[in-house]
Design a binder for this molecule. Structure first.
Ligand SMILES: [Fe+2]
Ligand SMILES: [Fe+2]
Length: 257
C-alpha cells in the first residue's frame, strides 16, 4: 500500500508525498503523487494512473480529508500522470484540472467536461490554493511538448515532473536522495532518452537556478534536498540529451516516463 508522508508544513499549509507501493505490480512504473494543502483546500499534483487510484485515495485518506481536493495539476499528458482523472471526477465532479493549453483538448479523453479544465498559457501562471499562490513553471519538451513544473515560493519546493526522475533498484527505495553519485546513475539513461532537447534543458536549468529551491520533487524516484538540488541542476545541464544524440540502443527502449 502506498503511504502519504508529510515533507513540509507551516501552520495549516503542508506538502505531502504519496510514494512507494510495495504491492504495485512490477509491470507498472512507480510514481510519486504530491498533495499541497492550505486554508482547508488541497491541490493534487500529478494524481497518477487509473490502476493506482485506490492506493492513492486510501493513502491520502489516512492523512487528510480527500474532500478538500478542489483542483488537480497535470504536468503533462502521460497516462502515469493523469489517466486517473475520471475516477477523481467521479469522487468530486467539481474538481478543476490545471494543465498546458496544448493538452486541453487531449486530456478530456481521460474524462471531464468543458468546465473541468483550466488551460495554462506557454509562459505559465499562478495556481491558487487556499489563498496561497503556486507558480506553474514552463518545462516544455522535458519531456512533453506542453509541460509544466510547479513552484511554491513560500515552501521553496519545486515539483519537477519527469525531470529528476530515477528508476531505483529494490535496495534503494528511500524517499530522499542520500548519496547523489550513487543515485544519479539510476537517472542517467532515463534523462538521455526521455528529455527531447538540449536547448530546452539549458533553458530550464537557467530558469530554475534563479529560484530558491530547498527540495526538488520528481514524479519518479527520490526527492533532492539542499545541496543535491544544485548538484542535480549542474549534472543535468551537462548531460547530452535528445535529438542530437545517436538513436538509442535497443536495450534503452523499455524505460518508461
Ligand atoms: Fe512523462
Ligand atoms: Fe512520468
Amino acid at each position: 500500500m502506498k503511504k502519504a508522508v508529510s515533507i513540509w508544513h507551516e501552520g495549516d499549509a503542508r506538502w505531502i508525498v504519496i510514494a512507494r507501493d510495495p504491492d504495485k505490480p512490477g509491470h507498472v512504473i512507480d510514481t510519486n503523487e504530491y498533495l499541497f494543502s492550505a486554508g482547508g483546500e488541497s491541490l493534487l499534483v500529478d494524481p497518477g494512473g487509473i490502476e493506482i487510484f485506490p492506493a492513492v485515495f486510501a493513502a491520502i485518506s489516512a492523512e487528510c480529508d480527500p474532500g478538500t481536493i478542489r483542483s488537480i495539476f497535470a504536468s503533462h499528458q502521460d497516462p502515469d500522470i493523469i489517466s486517473s482523472l475520471a475516477l477523481w471526477l467521479e469522487f468530486n465532479p467539481a474538481i478543476r484540472c490545471h494543465l498546458s493549453w496544448l493538452w486541453a483538448s487531449f486530456i478530456p479523453h481521460f474524462g471531464g467536461s468543458g468546465e473541468t479544465f483550466v488551460a495554462l498559457p506557454d509562459e505559465g501562471g499562478d495556481v491558487t490554493v487556499g489563498g496561497r499562490s503556486l507558480r506553474a513553471i514552463p518545462a516544455h519538451y522535458l519531456h512533453s511538448s506542453g509541460n509544466f513544473h510547479l513552484y511554491d515560493p513560500h515552501a521553496r519546493v519545486l515539483f519537477s515532473g519527469d525531470v529528476g526522475a530515477a528508476l531505483l533498484p529494490p535496495d534503494q527505495q528511500g524517499l530522499f536522495v542520500e548519496d547523489f553519485d550513487r543515485h544519479i546513475r539510476h537517472a542517467e539513461g532515463f534523462h538521455r532518452r526521455w528529455m527531447g532537447s538540449n536547448a530546452a534543458k539549458l533553458d530550464w536549468c537557467e530558469r530554475v537556478s534563479r529560484l530558491d529551491v530547498d527540495m526538488l520533487m520528481p514524479q519518479h524516484g527520490a526527492i533532492y534536498r539542499g545541496a543535491d538540488v544544485g548538484r542535480f541542476i549542474d549534472w543535468f545541464s551537462q548531460l547530452e540529451v535528445g535529438v542530437l544524440r545517436a538513436p538509442p540502443a535497443a536495450s534503452d527502449s523499455r524505460k518508461a516516463a
